[in-house]
Design a protein around this ligand. Structure first.
Ligand code: THU
Length: 137
């Protein structure tokens, strides 16, 4: 599928306007292209219990699953000035689950793949291996 990166960035920038960031004042907007062609989005939602904060990617994954699931083919996130930023480590793990190694990701230095930004990732295959080992013993 052809990825309209300008459109994804535009949607991500739009979402920074909806972010709830009374503590950090650092809005983040995220947009992803799902395999069925829909665009899923998210923004960060902070909390007085700082650690409870939801990153923009959490919202995006909820949007994906609540809207019918499927894989994410391409992803980008931006800060309040509209610049592309890297997802935090926890969110790379979230994206890995629903995008896999070949998901395209926009970075400050260009478009690359999930494998590149989360090498040697832990994923569902590791759980399968544990289950098979337990079956054998
Ligand atoms: N944040 C995200 O929404 N996504 C990331 O990948 C990095 C960090 C948010 C969390 C917090 O609301 C603010 O940015 C500052 O850390």
């Amino acid at each position: 599928m052809n990825v309209d990166w300008d459109e994804l960035r535009r949607r991500a920038r739009e979402l920074t306007k909806r972010a709830y960031v009374p503590y950090s004042h650092f809005p983040v907007g995220a947009a992803g292209l799902a395999e069925d062609g829909r665009v899923v989005v998210g923004c960060n939602v902070e909390n007085a219990g700082y650690g409870v904060t939801l990153c923009a990617e959490c919202g995006l994954i909820s949007d994906l699953v609540a809207g019918g699931g499927g894989r994410i083919l391409a992803f980008c996130c931006v800060d309040g000035s509209g610049e592309t930023i890297m997802p935090c480590g926890r969110c790379r793990q979230l994206l890995w689950e629903h995008g896999g190694p070949d998901m395209l990701i926009d970075t400050p230095v260009g478009i690359t793949t999930m494998t590149e930004v989360l090498p040697q990732a832990f994923g569902v295959d590791n759980l399968d291996r544990v289950a098979h080992q337990q079956e054998k013993s």
